[in-house]
Design a protein around this ligand. Structure first.
Ligand SMILES: O=C(O)CCC(=O)C(=O)O
Length: 280
């Protein structure tokens, strides 16, 4: 086992020293901001779902980022030789606002099994990420404490864990532009207020190894290596697909993921009634 994997399994996070080149960061930031501007102009559902769960399927620059050697080498150090992108998210923390996420575990709404050491999130800083602009905070080792009770329901900060019930030492994830962090999907983390006068922009990339077991509704993956067989369903790479095909895949696969998350919520007691995920 690599030292990187051992450390990741123990602590639930890793801060690689590698940095993305300035040209890559600028290209991805431009593509992401253009994507959000287009979604804002389109309005409605396009705007509502522009940032999650699979914007990479329509923004080729996000796949380019996910496939960059700086990131794939770091992901390979932890997950091993085979991995793909399962999900992504764009986070823009606007200047001067009180947005930010309360303490939470990403895995809470993620329909994956056996993913310990087989899935992780890379959080890429397209601008510097600092305590002043509301960077993420990690709770060291908290991924080993099972599912935490997300008992607070804050209209701004969302469903979250009371800070005094978050286990482990808490520390801010400070990144230069082009830096990135990695965390286990069960690690408790939060983010804060942006008190600066510029936006904080991040892209999150969820990687899975083929050994993770996807729920029926969310087996879609964009492989970056060989090794993904049934039950995984290969999603088209927007770098090679026609725009219409990429758009169709993004809509279909995002809907499957969202339905799968809602089905999980229903199983856990939320009064949602949905039919079975109609998985191809
Ligand atoms: O960027 C943020 O404000 C929150 C990020 C986050 O919670 C995550 O990537 O899991």
């Amino acid at each position: 086992m690599t030292a990187a994997r051992k450390g990741f399994l123990e602590r639930g996070w890793r801060l690689p020293e590698r940095r993305l080149p300035g040209g890559t960061v600028r290209a991805v930031r431009y593509a992401v901001v253009s994507h959000l501007d287009a979604a804002e102009r389109a309005g409605g559902a396009a705007r509502a779902w522009a940032t999650f769960p699979k914007p990479h399927l329509v923004v080729p620059a996000i796949v380019e980022l996910a496939d960059s050697p700086e990131i794939t080498e770091s992901v390979g150090d932890v997950l091993g030789e085979a991995f793909g992108i399962w999900s992504s998210a764009i986070f823009v923390s606007p200047p001067g606002t009180g947005t930010g996420f309360g303490w939470h575990q990403d895995a809470l709404s993620y329909d994956l099994d056996g993913d310990e050491g087989r899935a992780l999130r890379v959080w890429v800083a397209l601008t510097p990420a600092t305590p002043e602009n509301g960077t993420m905070w990690f709770a060291d080792g908290s991924h080993r404490c099972g599912t935490l009770d997300h008992d607070l329901d804050d209209p701004v900060r969302g469903q979250s864990v009371s800070p005094d019930r978050v286990p482990g030492e808490k520390f801010p994830v400070v990144l230069d532009e082009g830096g990135f962090s990695m965390h286990d999907l069960r690690l408790a983390h939060s983010s804060g207020r942006n008190t600066t006068d510029g936006p904080r922009i991040n892209v999150a990339l969820d990687y899975v190894a083929p050994e993770a077991v996807p729920g029926a509704g969310c087996a879609g993956v964009l492989p970056l290596t060989a090794g993904f067989q049934t039950p995984w369903r290969v999603e088209p790479d927007p770098r090679k697909a026609a725009a219409a095909q990429a758009h169709e895949a993004c809509v279909t696969e995002s809907a499957r993921r969202l339905r799968s998350a809602m089905d999980l919520a229903a199983r856990d007691g939320l009064p949602l009634v949905l039919g079975p995920a109609d998985d191809a």
